[in-house]
Design a protein around this ligand. Structure first.
Ligand code: DGT
Ligand code: CA
Ligand code: CA
Length: 580
């Protein structure tokens, strides 16, 4: 069993317990564990082998034993026993955001709903309203929830796809005949959602690669097994395609199978206008069929009169024209990144003491980090009172003396209350280095109210970064309704930054939203939202969104030196239009 499957089991247990009216703390513990497992980049089997399961956030003795049982047997007696006590249809229904146990009961008992298709049909025909507590708006919410579930089922978030791709590539790369193996398709373009995983390899013995591929432990079903091309499906339902190509057409194949389809169409058009032919084998003269390029991507693009185009930009959003004009943006790279702007410690809902978080961030090569524990209104996450928050200052200073030149900035991830007021008074905020504000409540507010709420927070002179601006949680919660253009304009006017949250189930802002925010003049800050140290490496997901947005180093706050960040933060109260 892989991480996602074990997370699914825990999440379902949460639902089953809720049906039985079990202890809310136990229910929450299972749900939180599920969420943490989903965002874990390490392989659970490997963590278990190291005996380190209990070091994971939210995993105690009991859950660690359950993970062990699932890993060892693929089953969990406790889960099977719980499942027997609750009709399967209820479990299906409650997986839809917006349907709790009470509504699921109603739908099942009164309308005998047993499948999502049936539910969708009834909601579309307005047959749900009239049940106690169900109105037109409820039907709308349920339809929206169904979309969220289906999106989550049909495509997976980038982080999960990258983890699986690496897991599959590792044993293949180890074969002596394999000279290269890389991702192609949407994974290589770092798209936020992935349909299937495409891999490309060069090998002197393609047959051996194919045989190894279709017998990997991840394989649940072999969809195709050919001489140079095979496809499999994992137990989690993910399709993986692998092709082996000749070395002298590797570059052409990589361009072709990286896509996107639209990008390929555009470069084919460009080739045709120049009397050339481009396909997965190379670039050829149309008339003589003489081969001009094929072994590397660089030479393929060069033969077409283009510079090499980073995969993240290959979406036919103008990159081919920019390439011809020599105006492709110089995308921000990991090398340019100096700090991470959103990390939790065990003072709120993080898993580790400040000291350990800082040491790990420093070890990862950063120059600074923003400590941002939750504020007191977020009780479920152990939010800090103002007095507790200010107590962190002394600890931060002592650690800074020890870790110099590494620097911990003191901040907070502060609640934006439903009416747009903030969780701490300005007198407290003025004592912090950088302040993050975030929405974690009243998600259902109408668009105008939510927009006003967030803009009001951004206009506070002491608020510097808006965390996860849309609140979307992959497969669980749709984004709240907010006018992001208004939010970006307010950020641009006041000199605040919008976050690109790299948490694997968030990726918020995503690439399109970040691109738009930059167009409107807003600065972007990439953050891991780290709760456990295994999450530090997810920074790459946020960086991918930034690169797909076409951001350069100067568009991204993280590329600034620490004193520049502090200066930027201190200037905010003095900007003319800081307060509305
Ligand atoms: P996905 O899997 O939905 O996340 O998106 P992709 O882009 O990975 O799409 P996929 O797996 O169907 O195909 C991988 C790449 O192969 C795609 O980006 C471009 C190339 N490709 C696939 N089918 C065609 C086609 O009919 N025409 C062209 N020009 N390229 C194709
Ligand atoms: Ca694909
Ligand atoms: Ca594919």
């Amino acid at each position: 069993m892989n991480n996602a499957q074990i997370a699914d089991v825990f999440e379902t247990i949460g639902h089953l317990l809720e049906f039985q009216g079990d202890n809310p703390f136990r229910i929450r513990a299972y749900r939180r564990a599920a969420l943490n497992l989903r965002t874990l980049t390490a392989d659970l089997a490997e963590v278990a082998q190291r005996g380190a399961l209990e070091e994971l956030p939210g995993i105690g003795k009991d859950l660690a034993a359950k993970i062990q049982e699932l890993l060892a047997t693929g089953r969990l007696a406790y889960f099977e026993e719980l499942s027997r006590r609750v009709p399967k249809a209820l479990v299906t229904l409650v997986s839809v955001p917006g349907i709790g146990p009470k509504k699921a009961r109603l739908l099942y008992d009164r309308l005998h709903v047993t499948s999502l298709d049936q539910l969708e049909d009834l909601a579309r025909r307005h047959k749900l309203r009239g049940l106690p507590g169900m109105e037109a708006k409820t039907e709308e919410n349920i339809l929206q929830g169904l979309q969220v579930v289906r999106q989550g089922q049909a495509r997976m978030p980038l982080g999960a796809a990258l983890a699986l791709a690496n897991e599959v590539m590792k044993p293949l790369a180890a074969l002596p005949s394999v000279r290269q193996i890389v991702t192609a398709g949407s994974v290589r373009r770092r798209q936020e959602s992935i349909g299937d995983i495409d891999l490309l390899a060069v090998s002197s013995r393609p047959g051996e690669v194919m045989d190894r591929f279709v017998t990997l432990p991840q394989v649940a079903q072999i969809l195709a097994h050919g001489r140079t091309k095979s496809s499999i499906r994992t137990a989690g339902g993910v399709q993986v395609d692998l092709r082996v190509v000749e070395p002298d057409s590797f570059g052409a194949a990589l361009v072709y199978f990286t896509g996107s389809k639209q990008h390929n169409v555009t470069i084919r058009g460009l080739a045709n206008r120049r009397g050339l032919l481009v396909n997965e084998y190379g670039v050829f003269r149309e008339k003589t069929h003489r081969r001009l390029a094929g072994a590397t991507e660089e030479e393929v693009y060069r033969a077409l009169g283009l510079p090499w185009i980073p995969p993240e930009l290959r979406e036919d959003r103008g990159e081919v024209g920019q390439g011809m004009a020599g105006t492709l943006p110089e995308l921000v790279t990991m090398d340019a990144i100096r700090g991470d702007f959103h990390l939790h410690s065990d003072w709120s809902d993080g898993a580790h003491p400040i000291e350990e978080v800082a040491a790990a961030v420093k070890r990862a090569g950063y120059e600074y980090m923003l400590l941002s524990d939750h504020s007191h209104s977020l009780k479920v996450a152990g939010g800090l009172t103002a007095a507790e928050l200010l107590k962190q200052r002394g600890i931060v200073e002592r650690l800074n003396a020890r870790l110099a030149p590494f620097r911990i900035l003191l901040g907070t991830e502060m609640e934006i209350l439903p009416d747009g007021r903030l969780d701490y008074p300005d007198t407290v905020l003025a004592k912090l280095d950088v302040v993050i504000a975030a929405v974690h409540s009243a998600f259902k507010q109408p668009r105008a109210v939510m927009t006003r709420r967030i803009v009001k927070a951004i206009r506070n002179p002491y608020v510097h970064i808006l965390a996860h601006p849309t609140g979307r949680l992959w497969g669980q919660r749709a984004p709240y309704d907010v006018d992001l253009d208004e939010v970006a304009r307010a950020a641009a006017q006041t000199g605040a930054a919008l976050e690109i949250n790299a948490y694997p189930t968030r990726m918020d802002l995503n690439d399109r939203q970040a691109r738009r925010a930059r167009e409107l003049g807003a600065l972007l800050a990439i953050s891991t939202d780290t709760h456990a140290l295994t999450q530090l490496e997810t920074f790459e997901l946020g960086l991918s969104m930034a690169r797909r947005a076409g951001l350069t180093a100067k568009d991204v706050l993280n590329t600034r030196r620490v004193h520049e960040v502090l200066k930027w933060a201190q200037q905010k109260p003095h900007r003319r239009d800081g307060r509305s």
